[in-house]
Design a protein around this ligand. Structure first.
Ligand SMILES: CC(C)(COP(=O)(O)OP(=O)(O)OC[C@H]1O[C@@H](n2cnc3c(N)ncnc32)[C@H](O)[C@@H]1OP(=O)(O)O)[C@@H](O)C(=O)NCCC(=O)NCCS
Length: 157
């Protein structure tokens, strides 16, 4: 793995806030599990007390969410300093305004503060560019999960 690129600046004044999992689940369900029952929005990571969840709120409405959990990737099980990003979602109509980026960079800060060094995710192919903008690179071949094509992505921090 090559040298880690710097964590980009967030800019702006909207700060993500650490929230309970129940706060992220509603938007997660709307965006990532549309048309599915509420239990489809529950991730195994939600039960783990080490999971951390961030939300950006505008006028009391949650507009962007994401979660992170300490977990080695399947391709590097020895990496006990690895964390997995999950459930990244921005409300339709609020996308492209930098909220997802603030969530993602906030999650990287959480990992850094906890002493983690590798961050990875299973990115929907439509979101690969979003992660690339934050310094992630792809690994391996496309695969289908939840009926959607994904690519594994990672970065060192
Ligand atoms: C992916 C997602 C969370 C990004 O949230 P967002 O709030 O729109 O992202 P931002 O506005 O902070 O974008 C940050 C950067 O990523 C880029 N980007 C974001 N989504 C992108 C997309 N779908 N395609 C290409 N670039 C994208 C933005 O252009 C921006 O680039 P810039 O730094 O050059 O300006 C959001 O589009 C979403 O919820 N998508 C549907 C659900 C999904 O696919 N989630 C990810 C599952 S792995």
């Amino acid at each position: 793995m090559g040298p880690a690129p710097p964590i980009p600046e967030t800019g702006g004044e909207v700060r993500p806030r650490a929230v309970e999992v129940g706060v992220v689940r509603t938007l997660r369900g709307e965006v990532l599990r549309a048309g599915r029952p509420p239990e489809a929005s529950v991730l195994p990571a939600d039960e783990d007390p080490r999971s951390r969840h961030l939300a950006v709120e505008l006028d009391g409405r949650v507009v962007s969410v994401g979660s992170v959990l300490p977990l080695p990737p399947p391709w590097a099980p020895e990496r006990t300093d690895a964390w997995r990003i999950r459930g990244m979602a921005t409300l339709e109509g609020q996308r492209g305004r930098g909220y997802g980026r603030r969530i993602l960079l906030g999650l990287l800060e959480v990992v850094t503060a906890a002493g983690g060094h590798l961050v990875w995710c299973e990115a929907r192919v439509g979101a690969v560019r979003f992660y690339e903008r934050a310094g992630f690179v792809t690994l391996g071949e496309r695969f289908v999960a939840e009926g959607v094509e994904h690519l594994s992505m990672w970065r060192e921090i």
